[in-house]
Design a protein around this ligand. Structure first.
Ligand code: SF4
Length: 322
């Protein structure tokens, strides 16, 4: 097709309306680790988590890629299954998802015990009464009162509903738990309790917790490794301690420098500029319009993700071999 007509470039429907929310991401998460994903709003963190879970429904589509989950008896590609297969074969059992605003995902017309019963019947073949008993037992282990299972969601506080959703996500002891901003909209004390529950269960199950939050303080305290996302791409990944002590990517440095520090009264600089519109991201390095070190090469060519020190990767021409 002739792409120029009357002096204007003609774009296909896909080119005009597709947003590459996440692209070129390769990520490994290990057993018994908490992997954090950080970045500004709209950088693709939540979309990435949905894709890993296989919760891919229009308008979200995956054009290419695989998500491999180790089941202990080999790995399965989540994206090769249809939604029904994911629901019956891998969700809850191998991989669980705690969505943003999880407290609003409970069906308002069902008692909490029925939410548990559905999962326990599907994956353990328990009858209704047995499932109710197991659910009541289980919630007490997570510090919830036993009779919470008899309540309807609207009878519980926001923090309590969030704990119920977390309990549901963990009841089948999944190998991978994905938590998307699990404490948004909760007060600080409740937030701390919920994060503590998540981490305690992760340590007990020795599984993988992938935690998305924009709160760098939470990453610093709770995660083993951290991946920094910018405009749909991972720009840095490494051990959390190392990334905080020695951030390599200019964007990571800006993120960390903008954090308040105890006793330091200097005014912190916010991040200058705005993330790009992902319908037409800038060529080359997507961070180049905001970066103080931009060169011509940055404007032209996308930097590869390279390992600068063992386990510490960065996508920036300042570190790539020429
Ligand atoms: Fe800045 Fe260039 Fe590195 Fe991108 S590749 S972060 S523009 S120095």
């Amino acid at each position: 097709m002739d792409r120029v007509y009357g002096g204007y470039e003609v774009k296909t429907y896909e080119e005009q309306f597709y947003v590459d929310a996440v692209s070129g991401v390769t990520l490994e998460a290990y057993e018994n680790e908490v992997l954090g994903i950080a970045g500004e709003s709209g950088c693709g963190k939540s979309t990435l988590l949905k894709i890993i879970y296989g919760y891919v429904k229009p308008p979200l589509t995956v054009r290419s890629g695989r998500v491999l989950v180790d089941t202990g008896k080999g790995s399965i590609d989540v994206l090769s299954m249809d939604l029904e297969e994911r629901r019956s074969r891998i969700w809850w059992r191998y991989i669980s998802y705690i969505p943003q605003n999880a407290m609003n995902v409970l069906n308002p017309t069902s008692r909490i015990r029925d939410h548990f019963a559905e999962v326990l019947r599907l994956h353990q073949g328990l009858d209704r009464e047995e499932a109710y008993r197991v659910a009541a037992e289980y919630v007490t282990q997570l510090g919830l009162p036993r009779d919470v299972v008899n309540a309807f969601p609207h009878q519980l506080s926001g923090g309590m509903r969030q704990r119920v959703v977390i309990a549901l996500a963990l009841i089948m002891k999944p190998r991978v738990v994905l938590a998307d901003e699990p404490t948004t909209a909760l007060d600080v004390v409740v937030q701390r309790g919920i994060l503590q529950t998540l981490i305690e269960r992760q340590r007990e199950l020795r599984n993988t917790l992938i935690l998305v939050t924009h709160d760098m303080g939470v990453h610093a305290m709770l995660t083993d490794r951290i991946a920094i996302m910018y405009a749909g791409k991972i720009v840095e990944i490494g051990r959390t301690e190392e990334v905080f002590e020695k951030p390599l990517h200019p964007y990571t440095r800006m993120l960390i420098e903008s954090l308040p520090r105890l006793g330091d009264k200097r005014v912190r600089k916010g991040l200058a500029g705005q993330p790009p519109d992902l319908r037409s991201p800038p060529p080359g390095c997507r961070f180049h319009p905001r970066c103080p070190y931009t060169t011509d090469r940055c404007r032209r060519e996308e930097p590869p993700l390279v390992e600068v020190e063992k386990g510490h990767w960065v996508a920036c021409w300042l570190y790539a071999k020429k």
